[in-house]
Structures are given as structure tokens and as C-alpha cells.
Design a binder for this molecule. Sequence first.
Ligand SMILES: Cc1cc2nc3c(=O)[nH]c(=O)nc-3n(C[C@H](O)[C@H](O)[C@H](O)COP(=O)(O)OP(=O)(O)OC[C@H]3O[C@@H](n4cnc5c(N)ncnc54)[C@H](O)[C@@H]3O)c2cc1C
Length: 409
Amino acid sequence: MHQSTSIPVYQHTGLGGLAMDFTLSEEQEMFRAMFRDFSAKEVAPKAEEIDHEERPPLDVLRKAANQGFLGATLPEDYFGAELDYLSYALLIQTLAGDCMSTAVTLATHVSLVAMSILEHGTDAQKEEWLPQMAAGEVIGAFALTEPDAGSDAASLQTRAFPSSPPEGGGQEGEVILDGVKTWVANGEIAGLFLVFAQGPDGIEPFLVPKDAPGLTLGYREPTLGLRSVTFNTLYLEGCRVPQANRLGEPGEGWTVAQRARDRMAIALAAAGLGVSEAAVNVAAQYATERVQFGVPIAQKQAIQNYVAEAFAQVEALRYLVYHAAWLADQDGGFSLDASVVKAFSARVARSVTNRMVQVMGGYGYMEDYPMARKYRDARALGIIGGPTELHYVWVAQRIFADLDLEIVP
Ligand SMILES: Cc1cc2nc3c(=O)[nH]c(=O)nc-3n(C[C@H](O)[C@H](O)[C@H](O)COP(=O)(O)OP(=O)(O)OC[C@H]3O[C@@H](n4cnc5c(N)ncnc54)[C@H](O)[C@@H]3O)c2cc1C
């Protein structure tokens, strides 16, 4: 007889194992109100324009820095706002509701770069970079992907090797970086690149200032959505940085990349929540105003079903996002939850924005109305931060590991 098999993965992870009170604290409610106020005043009015002009949100970033948002999760010692990750997720969600480009720009800066330095940096690295990043004087960019290393990022070809030992002593040695990075978000506005390269100890991350000799910013890729984010090629040709710019311990480089990926997955999931929620709100409002056959189209059951189903998807996503963000602040791993919520968010955001375009008919398709932008932006979520297929591979690895089966990507 077939024996039922329990899957322990559900017993010890955040998916079912750890309880959470989903009520936001008074402080989180206060932050959310502040984020909404900021986004309504500073982000929403510019979103359409910067998208059409494909211009990075520099004004918004300056104002966000004044509010402490560019150092959102950094400790006060580094002039950060010291937000918990759930409050930060609320910030990303709120910004994405008005402008996903702004949310992705900020998440790249905070989740991928600033938090990597905070988690793995030396005191000197933190002191050098984090206050400048919190103040918005330096924007961060993350350079992992290469022309031949996308999903298989660990196969990257950029090389890091020590320069000849300094003569005469006294001066620290340098590292030379050679390679090409692609689709580097924030490329044109970044003051600091976190560059991953193959070194003597395997994959190693380096903090590379934009004016490092041998670093050249290349082609900006035109994109389907997220048009206010600049995605550039980065050339490293004999690029020299001090040895002291290596981030983390030798042999720890891949962990730095994975931790960054997990944090970013939750931030991107929050962005998916924001854009989906806003799409439902815009389309539902429109359905009450658009009259066809003598009544608002909201009276038609097909439209009600589209809106109601989208609402259900958004609510399911909301609690997954909040839970994963909360888990990121607890002791222990959150990799599995990060992949689950990222993959789910990508699917919900794509499906919801697609449906909401349909609710708005021709107006949904026209670029002078906000839904088209939301639909284009949401599509990125299945690729950026690791494609959905890879996140599912990582989830499957965990499930089947408990059943003694090894899964390789
Ligand atoms: C908008 C945007 C912003 C980005 N920003 C950055 C950035 O700031 N920094 C950075 O380093 N990178 C960035 N990237 C790169 C991004 O991380 C990669 O696009 C992503 O990792 C996938 O790599 P790829 O595009 O080369 O696809 P490929 O790896 O070529 O994959 C193509 C398809 O094959 C599937 N596939 C591949 N391997 C497997 C497998 N083992 N099992 C099942 N399916 C598989 C993929 O899921 C995908 O559907 C960005 C990408 C986009 C689109």
C-alpha cells in the first residue's frame, strides 16, 4: 500500500512553522502613512513623465535621502533609518504602487549593495560607504550578470587577480579586475559598483568606485518596462582597486551574492505587491466611471470577476510578502521563503496587471494612462533578481533534499 510521505520542509520553515501576528505595529502604521504621503507628493506626479523620458528619478532620490529612505535599513550609526525589513517592504510596496522604477532603483541600492556592505563589510568599509549611501551621495549598483552568465551566475568569467606586489613596502597591494558585466541596474547613476569576479578563492565581490581606473560604463539597454532605471554594460579592463575593497572573507563571495539575492527577492516581491494593488485600485475606479450599454462596466459580471479575482491574488501575495519580510528579521534562514514569494509575486503581478489592462479596454493599452506602464513594469519581475524558473529550482531543491534526492539546476 502507498504510504503517505510527510514533507518536513513545511514543518520547519516560515511557510507553516513560525507564527506571525500580521497586525502592523503602531510604528509600522506610522511609517506606512509617511511613505504614502511621500509617494503621493513626490513620486506619483513625476512617474509618467520620467518613464516616457526614460529618465532616472534623481529628484525623488534626493528627497528620499532627506527622509532617510536611502539608508532605510541601515543602523543609525551610519545615518540610516534603522527600519525593520517589514517596514522597508512597506516602503518598496508603496513606491512601486506609484512608480516601479523608483522602487527598483531604491531596492537595488539598499537591498543589494548597502545591506551587503552592512552584513559582510569591515568597519572601515562600512564607515567609508554607508553614511554616503544613506545620504544619497553615493548610489549603489550590483554587477553579477555577464553575457554568458545569467541564471548560471556562478559561471561568471570576470577575473580578479592580485597586481604585482608593491615595491618598497608600505603600500597595500591592488586587485586587477577584467571582464564585462551586463544589465547593471542604476549603472548611470551609481557611485559604487559591487562587482563579482573569479579570484584565487572562488567568487569574490569587490567594492569598485565609479572612478576606479579601468572601469568604463557602456551601453544603456532600452527596456520593455522599468524605463526610468538605467541598465548598463560595465567594462572592467585592467580595473584596479585596493585589496581592502574585497567584501567579506575569502571563500565567502558566493554567500554574499546569495544573501543579496534573497533580500532583493523579498524587496522585488513587495514591489510586485505594490504594482498589483495599485493596478486593481485604478481599474476598479475606472470601472465605476466607464459607462457602456447604459451602465458602468463595474455592473458587468465579467468585470466584477476580473477585479475580484485580482483582489484575491493581491491579498494572498500581501501576507506572503509581509511574512517573508518579517522572517528576514528573525534569526535563521529565509532563502526558501524569499524564492517562494518572489516567484509568486512575479506571477500575481503579471496576471493582475494583464487583467486590469483588460478591464480598462483601449484605455488600458494607451500610454497616456498609467495601466500600460504598470503592465510593462510588472513583466520584469519574472526575470530580474533571478528568473522564476530558477527560484522554483531552489524551492524544489529544498523539498527534494528532504526526500534524499539532489536537484541540480
Ligand atoms: C530588468 C532587469 C534588471 C536586471 N538587473 C540586474 C542587475 O542590476 N545586476 C545584475 O547582475 N543582473 C541584472 N539583471 C540580470 C538578471 O539577473 C538575469 O537576466 C537573470 O539572472 C537571468 O539571466 P539571463 O537573462 O541571462 O537568462 P538565461 O539564464 O539565459 O535564461 C533564459 C531562460 O532559461 C531559463 N533557465 C535557465 N536555466 C534554467 C534551469 N536550470 N532550469 C530551468 N530554466 C532555466 C530561465 O529561467 C529563463 O527563462 C537584470 C535583468 C533584467 C531583465
